[in-house]
Design a protein around this ligand. Sequence first.
Ligand code: NDP
Ligand code: 8X3
Length: 250
Amino acid sequence: MKKIAFVTGATSGIGEAIAKILAKDYSLIICGRRKEKLEKLAAELNSSTEVHTLSFDVSNATEVAESINSLPAEWQAISVLVNNAGNAHGRAPIHKGDLADWDAMIDSNLKGLLYVTRAISPGMVERKSGDIINIGSIAGKEVYPEGNVYCASKFGVDAATNGMRMDLNPYGIRVMGIHPGLVETEFSMVRFKGDESKSNDVYKGMTPLYALDIAEIVKFALERPAHVTMADITIFPTAQASSTIVNRQN
Ligand code: NDP
Ligand code: 8X3
């Protein structure tokens, strides 16, 4: 067995790319709600590394604890936690927001990340080693119109990341926040509930980031020597200058 990396949201997009890029150097615990996607990815990665799948909803505290407690002994010493699971649900001005969308975003993006970290970090503390990478967003650095609650969930991720770094500092655990701008994944299809035209408009006339671009940064951050922590990394596609300024001339 190699060192173990635990990746949430590995069934698509950024998390799937992270799992693929880490397969050479780590044994992998890959997570997501869609079991068939997890099994497919596990089958694909099995030729490069040992893979364990865990299907659970990060927003359900009981499911998170039970799933992580169910890990066989040989899978328990997790070296790397990548908290990536999350999505935007809807985009609306505050007075028209959908409460179910709000709950889904706060519960998955922020509370889910906390539940998973609460379950895995005690082992890292005990072993006095580990790396935690939280996938935040530019939406957690600057707000944009109609992004209200998604942005709030990601500002929460940024705050939690900085707090974790302080709390885990005595134990030599590296805590890193990676904050992408526009990345073309299933993200916008989920946000706009399957509306392909709205989803395509997000990336219209510009070259977005791709999931692999973020996975490469994750790999690079993990490969820094032990005395180096890439604490806070914002990554834009070159066509993007801020949450609201995107050059769409292509
Ligand atoms: P995708 O929609 O492609 O992937 C989202 C992943 O999160 C899926 O694997 C999904 O798995 C998982 N997930 C979502 N909700 C839950 C849940 N409640 N429980 C368990 N797993 C869940 O989007 P991305 O790859 O783009 O998003 C990954 C992360 O990157 C998110 O945190 C997102 O906020 C962030 N991000 C994305 C950007 C972008 O422009 N795409 C930019 C900045 C940040 P399943 O459905 O199988 O449960
Ligand atoms: C995803 C990036 O700008 O769509 O976190 O919110 S954005």
